[in-house]
Design a binder for this molecule. Structure first.
Ligand SMILES: NC(=O)c1ccc[n+]([C@@H]2O[C@H](COP(=O)([O-])OP(=O)(O)OC[C@H]3O[C@@H](n4cnc5c(N)ncnc54)[C@H](O)[C@@H]3O)[C@@H](O)[C@H]2O)c1
Length: 364
């Protein structure tokens, strides 16, 4: 039987759609991009022309009404995700949502329940649970390579979207209500640490605004001033996991540069450190304290048996979704994991304000 060709629609034709989704759809699955949509007509038209897409739209509702597609990738601005996701799911389409998929736990639960009722698959990024290096490290932890893993530290930050990434769309929205450094960057740190140590039981947090007025440094809006004095741009988050292990995340838009590893996991007999670009599918470096053999030191492990696929692009979420549809299984990038991370993000303002430890209720 001939394999089905999956028809994909991309919603939001900004920086990330161009960098990761539009060029990689056909590489990641037996799929073709049949439509693009952006509320800014010239952005939709430009993406359509650049990638030879058949149709472009300026409204999700119109696209749903007129276009025959199976899967939508929502890569619009953060504040637009919930409305877009609900419309796509209500139309019975499979969905990949950029992060965070919704502003509240209740809203994401609404999306999860709608997907279930409509019998469609729903994937939420970031893609960290699919990473080669994290899965390799999980295997090493299971095999006791660093003894008992006890705690971890995650550094997930850059200098801000107006500084760090080349942009032709106005990035002001990153500093407006509903967006900010926590939901744009902190979400990565939280997804990474929960991928490694599982669900979180409680959190505490301090935060600050380090740069209340920013300047766009590239592209069409180069030189534009952005008021960034409303939402913190650095967050220091302490976590206690359900399994009793502890962790720390330093995240935000306040690191122009850093040489700190993205992640380190400490165990009773060693350390695993992640300092290489993860899209290159590196093995993490490992320090082993091997008492019975009388040696200790850093190693660069080669995988004896590689169980984890290597990543081709950030559009690997499409591979995950299509596999879940074709095999009728759960995706790796589950919305329940995203909801747990979202609950933590939603409770961080309370943790900052009260200075207290705040309990987390959801799990995945
Ligand atoms: N590594 C990562 O995972 C990563 C990196 C960067 C951005 N992102 C995420 O990708 C998403 C987009 O970010 P970006 O950097 O591409 O931003 P961007 O500003 O470059 O692009 C967003 C686009 O969405 C469009 N848009 C807004 N509302 C819309 C609506 N209702 N319908 C259709 N289009 C709409 C805007 O006009 C704009 O062209 C965000 O969720 C962001 O957090 C993820």
């Amino acid at each position: 039987m001939e394999k089905k060709l999956w028809k994909v629609a991309v919603i939001g034709c900004g920086m990330f759609a161009h960098a990761q989704y539009l060029p990689n759809i056909a590489r990641e699955a037996n799929a073709v991009c049949v439509a693009v949509c952006d509320i800014v007509p010239e952005r939709a038209r430009a993406a359509c022309e650049k990638y030879g897409v058949a149709e472009w739209y300026t409204s999700v509702d119109e696209m749903i009404e007129k276009c025959d597609f199976d899967i939508a990738i929502d890569v619009a601005s953060i504040q637009a995700h919930h409305e877009i996701n609900m419309a796509v799911l209500a139309a019975g389409k499979h969905l990949i949502s950029q992060k965070p998929a919704a502003p509240t736990v209740e809203a994401l639960t609404e999306q999860i329940e709608l997907a279930r009722r409509m019998g469609v698959k729903f994937v939420c990024v970031p893609i960290h649970p699919m990473r080669y290096d994290l899965n390799f490290a999980k295997q090493m932890m299971r095999d006791g390579v660093i003894g008992e893993p006890t705690y971890l530290k995650c550094n997930l930050a850059h200098g801000g979207p107006e500084y760090f990434q080349y942009r032709d769309a106005d990035p002001s929205w990153f500093y407006e209500d509903g967006a900010g450094a926590l939901v744009d960057m902190g979400v990565h740190g939280l997804q990474i640490v929960t991928t490694m140590f599982g669900p979180v039981r409680s959190i505490s947090c301090t935060a600050a605004i380090t740069d209340p007025a920013r300047t766009v440094r590239s592209g069409k809006y180069n030189g534009l001033q952005i008021k960034s004095d409303q939402i913190p741009d650095v967050y220091l988050i302490s976590l206690i996991f359900e399994n009793g292990k502890i962790g720390f995340i330093d995240t935000g838009f306040s690191q122009k540069a850093s040489k700190t590893p993205q992640l380190e996991i400490y165990g009773t007999e060693g350390t695993i450190t992640f300092s290489k670009p993860y899209m290159e599918n590196p093995a993490p470096e490992v320090y082993m304290d091997c008492r019975e053999r009388g040696i200790r030191g850093w190693i660069n492990p080669a995988a004896w048996e590689v169980r984890q696929e290597k990543l081709k692009s950030q559009c690997c979420c499409l591979t995950d979704l299509v596999r879940a549809i074709e095999c009728d299984t759960e995706p790796v990038l589950t919305p329940e994991h995203a909801r747990h991370v979202l609950e933590i993000m939603c409770k961080i303002p309370e943790a900052i304000e009260s200075g207290a430890t705040v309990a987390i209720e959801t799990t995945f």
